[in-house]
Ligand binder design. Structure first.
Ligand code: ADP
Length: 717
């Protein structure tokens, strides 16, 4: 049966080989084994239950808490010809009834259900009327108290499953599970002698960085400005911070969306859609954003503050690079972040036991933020995986900075805190060191301490950060409670006595990921993207639903000439080739692709070149037909409509004619008032990437006009 699975992988998804773990998981399920699979985000969990569901008789249930992910997966499955549906709270009553009716008639191979939707009677009626070979449980860590995202509704599942007449196979999937959580999942879901797969937590395409000791605002500005063409998420801890960051970006002319609990559902849904559709590139959000975001081409995730635990951090950061391309995860860390997180834990609803688990997780997070170890190693270690090599590209691995000796400043701070006798918080200690004239400080007579004003040359905030750094290093400690006071630990003594020195590394390096997005972009790739955007808009789905960037890039590089050749491109299965093949091929041809096929197509069937030659000799080539219509006065839009081509193709035809020396009326391509501006922009920014040129010009200047100028002035590469 695994052979059939392999065929499905190629036919349905257009992929040649299974990723690590997939084959074992799928063949285990097909052999009737319960399964617990821990694969990193982007590791390809969905295929592990989708392919068995297609091959097994009956309707498989997929339990998932992520509403928008369900919709995307169902859309994607339908797109490749697999019947699927979902039941969750986004459906109206009538839609819900329709899905139920169809489900009962056995219409679907996969039925996605939100756990909150399931109650005992509903589950019973599904299990009585459907033949269910497999129940796949996504985000299975939600069943565990020890996980970071416990959901009581998951707890019901095992009871219901156990009561089913023919108990189906159960396969549980998650990306984040410590050993403890993994064991809990298996127990809670009552898996029967499951095969367990842990393919590793490392995400080799992510470059992790911790950045500390920088002006965060300046950092953000230059960071975002350098990545205008990339999709990114910026996470901030509170609504207020989200608003601040959002405004800061807006002031710099960087268009972003914002997402937090204070906005209406409609506003949030709209922004999320814009982000998914690539209409806005940057999303500034609290952690409310993201459950269910499986946008594959997120190139960076920047955390404005530290999160409360490693699981949340890795889950949020892991939203970068699901498509496997190089992506960046940056944590901006200030020692004071710990206070915010402590406050959130103490204000939270958990009981004492839960709170103390959270506090210990916070400590580990703190350690991550200042470790000098490879960050990828640190994380996988946390999840219990050993033997992973240093990644070579995180901020620790790249850190060449020499540690700075900070013993003198440490002594000043420690002796000041010592003298304040554990009665005040960090803020007051910082004020004393600063030599502030704060009213309360004077009332307490703290200006009479010998350490008063010892650090007056530094801003108060920097002094507070320094104190928090000493806390995080274990030289100072904070008491519990809403107004924690600061005091010395035993570790402070050797420092104060001059027996130990304190070294600090300041890291601020962020290597720009070697993402292909930054590489020179070919005009054909741009045109394919534009075509994808138009097509996706017509179909009302995000562009990635049609093809990933990597697929378009491969098409642009290889320039397939026939439908068969298209099928060899990664990410194109038969359904997509049939649906979009003509559109893709016509763009390739309009860019003069004939004969350029290389790589996997060197051994292309002979008919390919024969057929393109035929096109050239027997009939007028397509681009000349377009030109004739253009010269007869038709506008590109009309030509596109008449000829059943996309506008991008038509424009490509016209430019190609111009490149080949045909007469064209430039004034219809390049608006006279912008011509000089475009020439100037191309002169300044070079001819390799179109996007920066487009961004530098007024919005109404089209790619067509830019291509026009490049052709007219011979700027082409
Ligand atoms: P996860 O749920 O584990 O985060 P997904 O199931 O969403 O990951 O898969 C991530 C991406 O990897 C998807 O775009 C998927 O199509 C792709 N993918 C999965 N399996 C393969 C494979 N064998 N070859 C190539 N791409 C794959």
């Amino acid at each position: 049966m695994i052979e059939q699975a392999r065929q499905a992988l190629k036919r349905v998804y257009g992929y040649d080989t299974f990723r690590k773990g997939q084959e074992g998981i799928i063949s285990g399920i097909l052999q009737g084994r319960d399964t617990l699979a821990i694969l990193p985000t982007g590791g390809g969990k969905s295929i592990c239950y989708q392919i068995p569901s297609m091959l097994l008789p009956g309707t498989s249930l997929v339990i998932s808490p992520l509403i928008s992910l369900m919709k995307d997966q169902v859309d994607a499955l339908r797109r490749v010809g697999v019947s699927a549906a979902f039941l969750n709270s986004s459906l109206g009553a009538a839609e819900y009834r329709d899905v139920m009716r169809n489900a009962m008639m056995g219409e679907y191979k996969l039925l996605y259900v939100a756990p909150e939707r399931l109650d005992a009677p509903m589950f019973q009626s599904l299990s009585e009327q459907l033949s269910i070979p497999l129940i796949a449980i996504d985000e299975a860590h939600c069943v565990s108290q020890w996980g970071h995202d416990f959901r009581p509704s998951y707890r019901q599942l095992s009871g219901w499953i156990a009561r089913m007449k023919d108990r189906p196979l159960v396969a549980a999937f998650t990306a984040t599970a410590t050993n403890e959580v993994a064991a809990d999942i298996s127990n809670m879901l009552k898996l029967r002698d499951p095969s367990v797969f842990v393919t590793g937590f490392a995400r080799p395409n992510l470059s992790l960085s911790v950045v500390t000791g920088v002006d965060k605002k300046k950092f953000l500005e230059s960071f975002a400005a350098g990545r205008k063409e990339q999709s990114g998420i910026i996470y901030a801890a509170t609504r207020k911070e989200v608003e601040n960051v959002y405004e800061q970006l807006a002031r710099r002319g960087i268009q972003a969306g914002k997402y937090h609990g204070g906005l209406s559902d409609a506003e949030r849904a709209e922004t999320q859609e814009k982000f998914r559709f690539d209409d806005i590139r940057v999303m500034v959000a609290t952690n409310a954003f993201g459950m269910g975001i499986d946008k594959p081409n997120v190139r960076y995730v920047l955390h404005w503050q530290m999160t409360g635990d490693i699981e949340s951090y890795y889950q949020e950061a892991g939203r970068a690079g699901r498509d496997g391309e190089e992506s960046e995860c940056i944590l901006l860390f200030e020692p004071a972040d710990m206070q915010v997180q402590r406050f959130l834990i103490e204000q939270g609803t958990g009981d004492t036991e839960r709170k103390s688990i959270q506090l210990s997780k916070l400590h580990t997070m703190m350690n991550y933020s200042r470790t000098q170890r490879c960050l990828q190693q640190f994380i996988v270690d946390y999840f219990g995986e050993t033997g992973v090599e240093a990644c070579g590209k995180c901020s620790s691995c790249l850190d060449k900075s020499e540690p700075v000796n900070r013993t003198e400043e440490a002594k000043m701070a420690l002796s000041c805190v010592g003298r304040m006798k554990g009665r005040f918080g960090v803020t007051m200690a910082a004020k004393v060191l600063k030599g502030s004239r704060d009213k309360r400080l004077l009332e307490f007579g703290l200006d009479r301490l010998s350490t008063y004003g010892l650090m007056r040359h530094l801003p108060e905030k920097e002094i507070a950060d320094w104190l928090y750094w000493l806390v995080s290093e274990g030289y100072l400690k904070l008491s519990e409670g809403q107004y924690p006071v600061v005091s010395l630990t035993a570790n402070a003594l050797p420092v104060l006595e001059g027996r130990e020195s304190i070294m600090q590394r300041v890291r601020a390096t962020v290597r720009q990921s070697a993402s292909n997005d930054n590489a020179a972009v070919s005009p054909l790739f741009e045109a394919l993207k534009q075509w994808r955007k138009e097509k996706a808009a017509v179909e009302g789905v995000p562009p990635f639903m049609l093809f990933f960037d990597a697929t378009l890039r491969e098409i642009a590089n290889v320039q397939p000439q026939t439908a068969d050749q298209l099928l060899t491109v990664k990410g194109i299965g038969s359904a997509k080739a049939e649906k979009y093949g003509d559109g893709l091929l016509s763009i390739i041809h309009s860019f003069g692709g004939e004969g350029k096929a290389t790589g996997s197509f060197t051994a292309a069937p002979k008919e390919t070149s024969a057929s393109s030659k035929r096109a050239a000799s027997d009939e007028q080539p397509s681009h000349l037909t377009t030109l004739a219509l253009f010269q007869a006065g038709q506008e590109p839009d009309e030509i596109a409509k008449d000829r059943g081509l996309s506008r991008v193709t038509v424009e490509g035809h016209i430019i190609r004619c111009a490149d080949e020396g045909e007469e064209v009326d430039w004034s219809r391509i390049i608006p006279a008032e912008y011509e000089q501006l475009i020439v100037q922009a191309v002169g300044e920014l070079g001819n390799e990437k179109l996007r920066p040129i487009k961004d530098a010009l007024p919005e109404e200047v089209t790619y067509f006009a830019i291509h026009g100028v490049m052709s007219k002035y011979g700027f082409k590469a």
